[in-house]
Write a protein that binds this ligand. Structure first.
Ligand code: NAP
Ligand code: COA
Length: 265
């Protein structure tokens, strides 16, 4: 099925690599004008080049609320129209036992994933189209406790509650807010950090009911659907795109990863 997003403006925070870049590419292929943003100017430049001549790019740290708001205002001005679709997917992750994690290590992830998501949504609010659509990129850690992931579990659970809360606050203005929850997505930085060997990757794959790891395109397809008129009555939803992984496989897989990475469990 193909979607038509010509005339639409899409902003993807954290859209310069991995899953979020895949989502940006999905919208660009559907005809949208796309802007991506992240910290590294090199990654921004490479992503913009891959997205085509109409793409925009901004270098910004999602933890800097004023800078994020400024970038969103600049994107709207450059689009010369309000932002129809906002994707918030910047995140940081590393495996660490809570007993060994410093206060600043915990804070770094909460600041990027949770405070950053709030900064993006708040900064975008004056520049969003009505009707408009926000998609936050969550993770299974939001609802499945995982060893070595206390910082990520706390941050992503918060992301999903912001999704639900602002779906209520902003719904009356025609702004839909949903979360997408990727399962294990092959070839990404996130999986490289959590399953750093081929053995771990195939063990994770074996725990997915559909027996394959996902691709950024799987997430792009779900994002296109959620942003399309077909989803015009869907808001406040946390949608796994994970081959059924969160039904049973996550705990199994993560327990084994934790053992192999040296957790005390
Ligand atoms: P990734 O390639 O590392 O993507 C993270 C993006 O966020 C990059 O563009 C990165 O670019 C940007 N970023 C990081 N810190 C930032 C900051 N402080 N300010 C602005 N931008 C920042 O990772 P990924 O694995 O594709 O993950 C993408 C999303 O999917 C994340 O939200 C992650 O939690 C979620 N997820 C991934 C998986 C998976 O299997 N990979 C599973 C579940 C959920 P810069 O370095 O240039 O800043
Ligand atoms: N284990 C334990 N603590 C770690 C860690 C690890 N592997 N990596 C970083 N930390 C701690 C640091 O020691 C520091 O705490 P300290 O000041 O008490 O020493 C704190 O986290 C912040 O580290 P810093 O390197 O200054 O943070 P940063 O803002 O430059 O980078 C990260 C943020 C740490 C999340 C970094 O991994 C990152 O930029 N990630 C983005 C890409 C990514 O994670 N992609 C996957 C998305 S799912």
């Amino acid at each position: 099925m193909s979607f038509d997003f010509t005339t639409k403006a899409v902003f993807v925070m954290g859209g310069t690599s991995g899953i979020n870049l895949g989502i940006a590419q999905g919208f660009a292929s559907a005809g949208a004008r796309v802007a991506v943003a992240s910290r590294s100017q090199d990654k921004v430049d490479a992503a913009v080049a891959s997205l085509g001549p109409n793409a925009l790019g901004f270098s910004v740290d999602v933890r800097d609320a004023d800078a994020v708001a400024d970038v969103l205002a600049k994107a709207k001005a450059a689009f010369d129209q309000p932002i129809d679709v906002l994707i918030s997917g910047a995140a940081g992750n590393f495996p660490a036992a809570a007993k060994d994690l410093s206060a600043n290590g915990f804070k770094a992830v909460v600041d990027i994933d949770l405070q950053g998501t709030y900064n993006v949504m708040k900064g975008a609010y004056p520049h969003l189209a009505r009707p408009g659509c926000i998609i936050n990129i969550s993770a299974p850690q939001a609802y499945v406790p995982m060893a070595l992931q206390a910082h990520v579990c706390a941050a992503k659970a918060g992301v999903d509650m912001i999704t639900r809360t602002l779906a209520m606050e902003w719904g009356p203005e025609g702004i839909r807010v949903n979360s997408l929850v990727p399962g294990p997505i092959a070839g990404t930085e996130g999986m490289a950090r959590l399953a750093p060997t081929p053995e771990l990757m195939s063990m994770v794959e074996g725990s997915v009911p559909l027996k394959r790891n996902g691709s950024p395109e799987d997430l792009a397809n779900a994002a296109l659907f959620l942003a399309s008129p077909l989803a015009s009555y869907i808001s406040g939803v946390v949608l796994p795109v994970d081959g059924g992984w969160s039904l049973a496989g996550v705990s199994y897989a993560m327990d084994n990863i934790a053992k192999l990475l040296g957790s005390p469990r």
